[in-house]
Write a protein of this length. Structure first.
Length: 133
């Protein structure tokens, strides 16, 4: 019976990990700013404060690189104000152009829809008072 309990606990743990992988969120927009989740353990770290944002835009760009798993790069582009300080940008889904002060949050590895962008853009306009394109 001890072995049976271990097997059941193992299967339960596996199902929790699979649920986290399938339902994994890459980011979250909150009243304080934009958070990003890193790793399997739900841990969030602020990477952009609400006060640092100037604008946000959802973009899709056709890719011609045959080595990529996707043919369209989908991302949200955040423009920052001139005196922004950015913490812990260490995720492969984020690129940061320090000259233009633009952060791109790439969405190719998650199930992100235009309906979600509509909801997020409405929230950003209303609560962050920024330009949303």
């Amino acid at each position: 019976s001890y072995l049976l309990i271990q097997i059941v606990l193992g299967l339960y743990s596996l199902s929790v990990i699979i649920k986290q992988l399938l339902g994994k969120k890459f980011f979250e927009v909150t009243p304080e700013g934009v958070y990003i989740y890193s790793g399997l353990i739900i841990e969030k770290e602020t990477f952009i404060s609400k006060d640092n944002l100037v604008s946000a835009a959802y973009k899709e760009v056709k890719e011609s690189d045959p080595n990529l798993d996707y043919d369209t790069d989908r991302f949200i582009e955040f423009k920052l104000n001139d005196n922004s300080k950015v913490n812990k940008i260490s995720n492969s889904n984020i690129s940061f152009d320090t000259e233009k002060l633009v952060i791109k949050l790439h969405l190719n590895q998650c199930n992100f829809s235009l309906k979600e962008w509509k909801e997020i853009s409405t929230y950003l306009k209303k609560n962050y008072n920024i330009d949303v394109i």
